[in-house]
Design a protein around this ligand. Structure first.
Ligand SMILES: *Cc1c(COP(=O)(O)O)cnc(C)c1O
Length: 406
C-alpha cells in the first residue's frame, strides 16, 4: 500500500484525461511544429496553437502570442528576471521581490546582484503577507521589475496581486508574478490584475513535468536566455516539446472548468483539517495567513516534536516538513525563517498540500495519526512537561518569533 499523497505543492499526479490528450503526440503525431511544409508538421503546429490558446484563455491573456513555452516555471522565472534585467535597452538597475519567493527567483536575483544589479526585499509580516506601502517606498527611478509570487508553496499565503499590479502600472514598472501555486486554485487574470509577466508550471496542476510557460504582455521586451532558431518569437529557442505543451494546454482547460467547485471542496477540507488540529492538539501554530491562503494548504508547527521524527512516524501519508535535510545538516525552511519563525519551531513544522484525490477520510486518517504520534513524541520531551506545569520556557525559544528584518 502506497502512502496517501498529501504533498500537492511539490507536484501533482498527471490527470488520466490529460495523458490521453498527450499520447498521440508521443506516438503517431510526431511532426516538428516548425516543419510546416507538410502535414506532419502542420498537425503538430495546430496542436501547439490550440494549447497556446488554452493557456492564454486560462490566465485571461488577450492574445495567444503572449504565451512563451518553456521547460517549466524555473525557466520561466529565469527568463522573466534575466530577460528584463539583461535586455540591452536597460541599464544595471534595481529589482524588488520577496524573501519568501521560490528559489528560482531568489537564486536568480542573487546572481543578478553579483552582476551589479541592486535588489530590495519588500517587507512581509509574520503571516508572509507583503506590505504595499513599503513597496511604494522602495520603487526608485531605476527599478526594472517587481517580482512577487501569487501564492507561497510552503505556507500558502496569497499576495495582493491586483493591488501590486495597480501600483506597478502607475509607477511604470513591469510586474512579474510566479503564479505556479495559485493557478487552478484561485482566479488569476493578467488583464484585470495588471500583470506583465507570469510564470506557469504544468506539473503543479495535474499536467506533465518539464513544461511550463511565461506570459509576456505585448510590448514587454525580454533578452532571450536560450538562443538558436528563433522559436517563440525569439524569446526561447528550441524545438517545441509538443506533447508537453499539449499536456499544459489540456491541464489549463481542465483547471478552468474544475476550479470553482474543486477549490471550494478543498477549502472545506482544509478548514476541517485546521479545525481538528487546533481543537485536538495543544501547542500548535498555524503558519501563514489565516484568510488570504491557498484553499489546499495548511502548515503547522507542533511544538516539542521533531518534525523529521513526526514525518517518519507518519510515513503512511506523503507530507513534507519545514526543514530540509542537506548533506551536512538539518536546515529549517528559509520561508519560515523569513516570516520570523524560530528555528526550534520551524524544525517541527509540517506542510499539508491537499489535492484532487484527497477526501475527508484522508484528513481524518492523517489527523488521527498525527495526534497519536505527537502525543507519543511529546511524552519524551522534558520541555513539554515543563510547559504543561506552567514553567516559563520562553528562554528555550519555543514559540518565540523574532521580527523579520527584510
Ligand atoms: C514548483 C515551483 C516552481 C518551479 O517549477 P518547475 O516547473 O518545477 O521548474 C517555481 N515556483 C513555484 C512557486 C513553484 O511551486
Amino acid at each position: 500500500m502506497k502512502p496517501i499523497y498529501m504533498d500537492h505543492h511539490a507536484t501533482t499526479p498527471l490527470d488520466p484525461a490529460v495523458l490521453q490528450q498527450i499520447m498521440p503526440y508521443l506516438t503517431n503525431h510526431f511532426g516538428n511544429p516548425s516543419s510546416t511544409t507538410h502535414e506532419y508538421g502542420r498537425q503538430a503546429r495546430r496542436a501547439v496553437d490550440r494549447a497556446r490558446e488554452q493557456v492564454a484563455a486560462f490566465i485571461g491573456a488577450q492574445n495567444s502570442d503572449e504565451i512563451v513555452f518553456t521547460s517549466g516555471a524555473t525557466e520561466a522565472d529565469n527568463l522573466a528576471l534575466k530577460g528584463i534585467a539583461l535586455h540591452p535597452s536597460r541599464g544595471k538597475g534595481h529589482l524588488l521581490t520577496l524573501a519568501t519567493e521560490h528559489k528560482a527567483i531568489l537564486d536568480t536575483v542573487e546572481k543578478l546582484k553579483k552582476q551589479g544589479f541592486s535588489v530590495d526585499f519588500i517587507r512581509i509580516d509574520r503571516d508572509g503577507w507583503m506590505d504595499l506601502d513599503h513597496l511604494q517606498e522602495l520603487i526608485r527611478s531605476d527599478t526594472l521589475l517587481i517580482s512577487v509570487q501569487a501564492a507561497n508553496s510552503e505556507i500558502g499565503t496569497l499576495q495582493p496581486i491586483a493591488e501590486i499590479g495597480k501600483i506597478a502600472r502607475e509607477r511604470g514598472v513591469p510586474f512579474h508574478t510566479d503564479a505556479v501555486q495559485a493557478l487552478g486554485r484561485v482566479p488569476i487574470d493578467v488583464v484585470r490584475d495588471s500583470v506583465d509577466l507570469l510564470s506557469i508550471s504544468a506539473h503543479k496542476m495535474y499536467g506533465p513535468k518539464g513544461v511550463g510557460a511565461l506570459y509576456v504582455r505585448k510590448g514587454v521586451r525580454l533578452a532571450s536566455q536560450i538562443d538558436g532558431g528563433g522559436h517563440e518569437r525569439g524569446m526561447r529557442s528550441g524545438t517545441l516539446n509538443v506533447a508537453g505543451i499539449v499536456g499544459l494546454g489540456a491541464a489549463c482547460e481542465m483547471a478552468a472548468a474544475e476550479m470553482p467547485a474543486e477549490s471550494e471542496r478543498l477549502r472545506i477540507l482544509r478548514d476541517y483539517l485546521i479545525e481538528r488540529i487546533e481543537n485536538e492538539l495543544d501547542y500548535t501554530t498555524l503558519n501563514g495567513h489565516r484568510v488570504e491562503r491557498l484553499p489546499n494548504n495548511a502548515n503547522f508547527s507542533f511544538a516539542f516534536v521533531e518534525g523529521e521524527s513526526l514525518l517518519l512516524a507518519c510515513r503512511d501519508v506523503a507530507l513534507s516538513s519545514g526543514s530540509a535535510c542537506t548533506s551536512a545538516s538539518l536546515q529549517s525552511s528559509y520561508v519560515l525563517k523569513a516570516i520570523g519563525i524560530a528555528d526550534s519551531l520551524a524544525h517541527c513544522s509540517i506542510r499539508f498540500g491537499l489535492g484532487k484525490s484527497n477526501t475527508r477520510e484522508h484528513v481524518d486518517f492523517v489527523v488521527d495519526l498525527l495526534k497519536k504520534h505527537v502525543v507519543r513524541l511529546r511524552e519524551m520531551s522534558p520541555l513539554y512537561e515543563m510547559a504543561k506545569e506552567g514553567i516559563d520556557i520562553d528562554q528555550f525559544n519555543w514559540g518565540e518569533h523574532s521580527h523579520d528584518e527584510h
